[in-house]
Design a protein around this ligand. Structure first.
Ligand SMILES: NC(=O)c1ccc[n+]([C@@H]2O[C@H](COP(=O)([O-])OP(=O)(O)OC[C@H]3O[C@@H](n4cnc5c(N)ncnc54)[C@H](OP(=O)(O)O)[C@@H]3O)[C@@H](O)[C@H]2O)c1
Length: 297
């Protein structure tokens, strides 16, 4: 199949593109940065918010894996406006299967970024295309980067009452690949990591992996999203679930993890992976949106 991947330069896209190629699919990858085709990846330039380039991007594709997001700071421009424009372009192009990636909790936590994810889900469900939605829990790679932003702090504030169920992007990509092969599910599915950890467990394992020693100061994060996370709204019992633990991710010698696409294709200058966020409001662990755009200091 020919598959358009939006968000191909992002955290999950970096795992999905090689997984699709290994399955024998032809990949068209969308980015706001122009780049040369490489190997079996055809790059197309486009911007979901303006709609520029979308007609060319969706032409003759069987499936659209729609991963692109503006994250917490995007204020819905990519997730809502961009999804609306992508749906319109897809309808013009012959109704390919639209697979949309969302977040666990989008349907129950009416807060910030998750509100935008739910609105985008609604656009997908009502698109009259064949569709599938996969809601995931936080990605290992995104949490790892987020914690790295606080590496220089002498003390780390942790809320032990906050549960996390992180999942590896390689496994989310494999699940997406299965869903693509299965065809439109016309359903919202969930996918989470193998274990639930509290913030202190998460942080202590991470400190150990980085060889750092920092005292952890117990705190209680305020706000409605933290309350929802505390109540377990960002967790899922759905099966199948990932098998790679947070520990496995941080101590990769214990399992075989590959991210070949990421090593071959550097993220574009506009990609969130290349945009350190200097946000004084950004909380250490948890953010206020269920997950944060990855940041790199
Ligand atoms: N991160 C998590 O922990 C997590 C957890 C659950 C679900 N999810 C969901 O998984 C999906 C992928 O997340 P991610 O963390 O991999 O994303 P990410 O690393 O933040 O990457 C965002 C991607 O969106 C693209 N993008 C941003 N604005 C765009 C625009 N105006 N037009 C076209 N493309 C645009 C970027 O491409 P260019 O910069 O190359 O244009 C980039 O590839 C999202 O739907 C997200 O909601 C994420």
């Amino acid at each position: 199949m020919r598959i358009l991947v939006t968000g191909a330069t992002g955290t999950l896209g970096g795992a999905l593109v090689p997984a699709l190629l290994r399955s024998g699919h032809r990949v068209r990858a969308l980015s706001r940065t122009k780049r040369e085709d490489r190997g079996n990846v055809e790059w197309v330039w486009g911007d979901l918010v303006s709609g520029n380039g979308l007609a060319e991007a969706v032409r003759d594709v069987d499936v659209i894996a729609h991963l692109a997001t503006g994250g917490r700071k995007g204020r819905g421009a990519v997730d809502v406006t961009g999804t609306r424009k992508l749906v319109a372009a897809a309808r013009q192009a012959g109704y390919p299967h639209l697979l949309y990636t969302s977040c666990v909790g989008a349907d129950s936590v009416a807060s910030g970024h998750l509100r935008h994810k739910l609105e985008a889900e609604r656009l997908v469900c009502e698109s009259e295309l064949g569709w599938t939605i996969l809601r995931s829990t936080h990605f290992h790679q995104a949490l790892d980067r987020r914690l790295s932003d606080f590496e220089s702090l002498p003390v780390l504030a942790v809320d032990r009452s906050m549960p996390w169920q992180p999942v590896h992007t390689g496994e989310v990509a494999a699940r997406l690949n299965e869903l693509i092969a299965a065809g439109p599910a016309m359903d919202e599915l969930e996918y989470g990591g193998p274990q639930v950890l509290n913030t202190e467990e998460l942080v202590r394992t991470w400190l150990q992996a980085k060889g750092l020693h920092r005292p952890c100061l117990p705190v209680r994060f305020p706000g409605s999203l933290y309350a929802a996370q505390r109540a377990g709204e960002l967790l899922t019992d759905a099966e199948p679930k990932g098998r790679i633990t947070w520990h496995d991710h941080l101590f990769p010698a214990s399992v075989e993890l590959s991210d070949d696409f990421a090593s071959e294709h550097t993220a574009s200058p506009t990609s969130p992976a290349n945009q350190p966020e200097q946000d004084p409001d950004l909380h250490v662990y948890g953010g206020d949106e269920g997950y944060e755009r990855p940041t790199r200091g």
